[in-house]
Design a protein around this ligand. Structure first.
Ligand code: FE2
Length: 343
């Protein structure tokens, strides 16, 4: 299935135009759900959707649509879920079709009527969804998806044009309810962003690319062109991941010269609960980057003060440990191999 076939289905089913306030019948939303499920069971649709996503909104915020169906206002978007991320309980008032595109999500749902009466969240059910699982919402619903796994997850969303908050307009504040998912979030203003926030935002963007790489890695040869595109755009950590998915070796060795990035951010070796931590700091803001046994503190102090270093120069560690530490910092983006500085 291709996106134009999925788009044509909306016309065949007679979905209302964006300016009509009516909601399509539930059976029609179910038909879209079935088509998305069938489409995701093959490689063609997932690759086409990811290609559009990668081209049209590289680095854009979560849920920014990469495609809007003309006249109907149906928005198609991906969301990315770092390990442990929870959306917060939020409402949908129109129809949606949602799929787990990569990895897995847990979804808690809440009883709308009981929640409205009590003006606090009343749980209904909790289910786990693996990649390929597709569901729909038709009418008011409150749910809270979260990624319970240690890996990134990706979800695919089709939203009707009139989704928005209604429950608090009807009954007043509801305890525990989060704001609705953003319609088409704009990038956060950057002007007053501190150097650490900018570095972490850049890292987040690389993590999204790496999740896309993981989603592509199991799709074989047809995914190679997209993997190559992500390889070309990514930082050294992203390139290493893309190269592995393409079946190529591209890794650090003990002699690779690593250069510090993140200008304006200080690194600091601290101790916490009997362990040693490498912490990135900028003004009041601090981000722990890694935590090791206390005996390895000299290695972290050497990294904190280095402008350039090779893994084999990290003191007090065996070579495998030196490389593991170096890879972790390259994955953060704090250090990059010298030849990768143009990225
Ligand atoms: Fe949602």
């Amino acid at each position: 299935m291709r996106l134009d076939e999925l788009t044509a289905l909306f016309g065949q089913l007679g979905f209302p135009r964006a300016e009509d306030r009516e909601r399509p019948p539930r059976d029609h939303v179910r038909a879209v759900e079935g088509a998305v499920r069938a489409g995701l069971s093959d490689d063609e649709l997932p690759l086409e959707l990811l290609a559009l996503e990668i081209e049209r909104r590289d680095g854009a915020p979560d849920l920014a649509p990469f495609h809007v169906i003309p006249d109907l206002g149906v928005r198609v978007a991906f969301a990315y879920w770092r390990p442990g991320r929870a959306a917060g309980a939020h409402e949908h008032s129109d129809w949606t079709v949602t799929a787990v595109f990569h990895n897995a999500l847990d979804v808690a749902t809440f009883d709308w009527d009981a929640t409205a009466r009590a003006r606090r969240l009343v749980p209904k059910r909790l289910f786990s969804a693996e990649a390929g699982r597709v569901g729909h919402i038709h009418g008011p619903c409150i749910h809270d998806p979260r990624n319970p796994t240690p890996r990134w997850s990706i979800s695919l969303h089709l939203f009707g044009p009139h989704d928005g908050p209604v429950i608090e307009e009807q009954v007043g504040p509801v305890e525990g309810l989060s704001p609705p998912a953003p319609r088409a979030a704009e990038p956060a203003p950057q002007a007053d962003e501190d150097a650490l926030s900018a570095a972490l935002a850049s890292h987040e963007r690389e993590c999204v690319r790496r999740a896309q790489i993981d989603a592509l890695a199991r799709r074989g040869a047809p995914a190679a062109a997209l993997l190559a595109r992500l390889h070309a755009r990514g930082d050294a950590g992203t390139r290493r991941r893309a190269a592995r998915a393409l079946g190529r070796a591209e890794d650090l060795d003990a002699r690779t010269v690593l250069a510090r990035r993140w200008p304006g951010v200080d690194l600091d070796a601290a101790s916490s609960a009997g362990r040693a931590e490498l912490v990135a700091r900028c003004g009041q803001r601090a981000q722990p980057l890694l935590r090791v046994e206390a005996w390895a503190a000299p290695a972290l102090r050497a990294l904190a003060s280095a402008v350039e270093l090779r893994p084999r120069d990290i003191p007090g560690l065996a070579e495998a440990e030196q490389l593991a530490l170096a890879r972790a910092l390259v994955d953060w983006g704090t250090f990059q191999p010298l030849e990768a500085q143009e990225n």
